[in-house]
Ligand binder design. Sequence first.
Ligand code: FES
Length: 582
Amino acid sequence: MANWVSAGSVKSLQEEKAKVIKGGIGVFYHEGDFYAVDNRCPHMGFPLHTGSLCDGILTCHWHHARFDVCSGGTLDPWADDVPVYETKEENGELWVNQAITVSDKKEKYKQRLMKGLEQNLGLVIAKSVVGLINADVPAQEIIKIGIQFGTTHRNHGWGPGLTILTAMSNSLPKLDTQGRIQALYQGLRRVAGDCAGQPPKHLTGPLSGFSGNADRLKTWYRNCTEVRDSQGAERIVLTAVESGMPDEEISSMMMTAATDHFYMDAGHLLDFHNKAFEAAELADTGLKKSIFASLTPLFSNAVRSEELHSWQAPVNLVTPLKAAFQEIDRLPFPEDPVPFDEKELLEVILSDQPITMIHALTETFKNGASPVKVAQIVSLAAAERIVRFHIQNDFNDWITVLHTFTHAHAVHESLRRTNEPALIRAVYHAAVSVYLDRFLNIPSTKRPVGQKEDEPLIADDFLKILDIQQQVNEAGQWAANYLHQSKDTDALFNTLGHALLREDADFHSYQMYEAASREFDLWSGEGEAEGNTLAEYAQETMIIAAARYLAAHAPTAREIPRVGKIAWRLHYGEKLFEENES
Ligand code: FES
């Protein structure tokens, strides 16, 4: 009897028809029977005992969600089902069993998450994430569910939703609990949104009886992507996985094809490849086929930048790039990389001398520089464009500099994963894109210099700045001042994460946050930040760039994160409606 509580006399309940008892349980007398449900509407917490009950359907009066009072199941899936409780009569008294009988909470939340993904129900996804995290299910397990769903329920292949989910998964260590829940929920919600109304993906299957070698598959794969044959490419990828080709070689095969043309789809094609390979590292081996196969549709309509006018005139960049690629063709990764003047190369990349820059890159590679290091410098140059982006530019131009930066970052990460010489071409693509963005730095915004403030700065103060529109320069200056007085960049990244996750962020803002925080970390490696002025400069650049970009895109209506907050508060029994009323 430990969980049973008295709801009062049967007689008085029959007269009252509905009342709330201990534990926030709504008890109803209807059509000769008693029912008990969680009195907080699962949608937004409205007190259900004030709703109406007719023909067994309990209707909430706030947004009119309908529930079967017996099972708790809803006719309006956006509201979610309401928990119900057992009742019994004894000696003229009604008793309610407060324990909700769920045999396996984790399994229940996983099933709810799948329902939320299938039906694109934000609240159900958010509640499932909160439930799973509180049931101590590792975030990685939750992410795997999203990756599996996203790669098998979208015939168009890998999309922004899966990219956001993977980016947010990488960002979890930067965030506190509330931030992690928002990151997971928003990533999963975007995956569900991408798949809504789409035909599912049915894999074609590998070539049965294939007896060739890896080189043969690589050649076929490039030939297929060259003619935009995504089905043929898919069969080759599946054959590669089936035949046990190591991931490193599959990555090499696919990344080569992804760089056979210049800066495809404004860098998204390579960026999506990079994220898919990161997702493959997170997911189970069994998911690799669907993850890799989800990339092949991207080639179907990808824009090849060498065909664009801007890459051909007024300066023809295509011919010198092709000449450079011949010069470095199959140049192996140096076992013992030779240092180079990183600051000088950075200046050349940011200059308006593209041919000089292409030659400088070629010489740097031929002299034995690390391709990873060169890619890191190109990423820094791309971030510098965001730091110097003038707010008198067209608002949409933010996306142009963002594309270059996230592509450069993806190249950097891909080179860290794969020693594929063909991938070095993407370093040039990124550097040329930095050059093409130069007019977005004319006039150039002055780089903020950190100044001492009278009051110590707290990371959360940053959020107040972003409550007002277009505080781009103020946000950049604040970030510089913060770094001038504090070394607590963990707190700062958590705050920047909240600045992202409390808005109705678009795809690019997620990319910005993750790329900047990741590049920041990579400059910290091997003690580079200590006494290395370029590393310090680079880290400051990443933070100022992220702060400015986020400020340019805030505030919004903040509707998406609100759903995540509601899920959190409902889970912890907070009163939402009453607060709303007051
Ligand atoms: S339908 Fe009940 S709170 Fe919205």
